[in-house]
Design a protein around this ligand. Structure first.
Ligand SMILES: Cc1ncc(COP(=O)(O)O)c(C=O)c1O
Length: 404
């Protein structure tokens, strides 16, 4: 068979382009040309992983037992640490053996969930703008994503009461993510209660993505979906060690939920992976056991960055809202300024990597996202550079609008 005869699947062709896919190549070209690039693209913090995790990993690497297959059971110590952390943090208890599941990063679990709960043709409810793994997992499982726009006028909340009943009746899973990527919105408890009620009414699995629960500012404390009475009947919650402990590349997260749902996801995973590296699970257990001490300095640094970025972005001409959580600013662009064009100019003319809102789906148009992944001084520099791009693009949009 020659290369020209290879026919790829319809599911693959249906996947939209992945938002970060082309950035590394452009960035490399600019760096080679000597450009001082400031990368505010991926949500990948520059703070190092915690020493307790490094030490635990180093120990485990010298013990051949940790080099074996982990399978889905994984390391009991990690399951226990995850269960204890959830109980300390949210006051709810999950059985380490039957109600928790180690994941190779939460993305892996989120994208595999539709295989466990949706048949081909069933609907999945996917927020837009949103983390693209929800859409990808839905399409690859043959489900039909229903795109729910997150709108500024509804505080970027996924409003179940705005989804037609005919869609809710066909839906098998809804992805809900607060603190939110990319909008940095947070969800009040009464909203979460509405979401749980809707999912219970229509028999929808509520996939609650809490990847950013520890990155919170000021006095805000992000809740678990399981703080809502009745949530256990319908919800699976996804946690990540990536953002809380600067362990993005280590690939470790976990899911919590009732045994039937955790069992179903376990069964899917049995056929596609063999669980996270046991040594990484040992390191993850150490991080979770010391969670409170580890996240405090990360929060302090992110708060410093958030405040510096807010002042600098406003001075540069942007309208910003100080986020209460997550590590992003979701910044509106003036009418007529296309987000992809703005992001490309920011990168090519000013060496600043930002993500265009449209990369998170068409409903993200009119915004761009920056991640607080560099220190306050670099954020100030980036804001100034983005301000010049804003001036240019505004002038261009103005002259285009004025053209006959
Ligand atoms: C909303 C959201 N969920 C999940 C993830 C995945 O995190 P990980 O797979 O590293 O645990 C990310 C990563 O950026 C995210 O933004």
């Amino acid at each position: 068979m020659s290369a020209s005869e290879i026919r790829l699947s319809d599911r693959l062709r249906t996947l939209p382009g992945y938002p970060l896919a082309e950035v590394p190549a452009i960035k490399r070209r600019l760096l080679e040309a000597g450009v001082d690039v400031i990368d505010l693209g991926a949500g990948d913090n520059d703070t190092p992983p915690p020493t307790v995790a490094l030490d635990a990993l180093a120990d485990a690497l010298h013990d051949p037992a940790y080099s074996k297959y982990g399978f889905q059971q994984g390391l009991p110590q990690f399951r226990k640490a995850a269960s204890n952390w959830i109980e300390r943090r949210f006051g709810v208890r999950f059985d380490p053996t039957t109600e928790l599941l180690p994941l190779i990063g939460s993305k892996e679990g989120l994208s595999h969930l539709p295989f466990a709960v949706a048949n081909p043709g069933d609907v999945t409810i996917v927020p837009e703008p949103g983390y693209q793994a929800y859409l990808g997992g839905s399409i690859l499982a043959g489900a039909e994503p229903y795109i729910a726009a997150l709108e500024a006028e509804h505080d970027f909340l996924l409003k179940f009461d705005r989804i037609p009943a005919s869609v809710l009746q066909r839906a098998k899973v809804a992805f809900v993510n607060y603190p939110n990527n990319p909008t940095a919105a947070v969800a009040p408890l009464d909203y979460l209660a509405e979401a749980v009620a809707a999912c219970r009414k229509y028999g929808i699995v509520l996939a609650y993505d809490n990847a950013y629960c520890e990155l919170t500012f000021d006095d805000y404390k992000a809740p678990s979906i399981f703080e809502i009475p009745g949530a256990r009947d319908v919800a699976v919650e996804f946690f990540s060690l990536s953002k809380s402990y600067s362990m993005t590349g280590w690939r470790l997260g976990f899911a919590a939920g009732r045994p039937e749902l955790i069992g179903a996801l376990t069964r899917i995973k049995t056929y596609v992976d063999t669980g996270p590296f046991l040594a990484v699970q040992k390191a993850g257990a150490a991080a979770l056991e010391h969670s409170e001490a580890l996240v405090a300095p990360i929060r302090t640094e992110l708060t410093r960055r958030r405040d510096a970025a807010a002042v600098a972005l406003e001075a540069a001409g942007f309208t910003v809202q100080r986020p209460k959580a997550a590590m992003y600013f979701w910044i509106p662009l003036p009418a007529g300024v296309e987000s992809a064009r703005f992001a490309r100019q920011a990168l090519e003319q000013q060496g600043v990597v930002v993500l265009p809102g449209s990369a998170f789906g068409p409903a993200g148009e009119g915004f761009f996202r920056i991640a607080l992944t560099v220190g306050a001084e670099r954020l100030r520099e980036a804001a100034e550079r983005l301000g010049s791009v804003l001036t240019t693009t505004r002038q261009e949009a103005g002259s285009l609008a004025a053209a006959p």
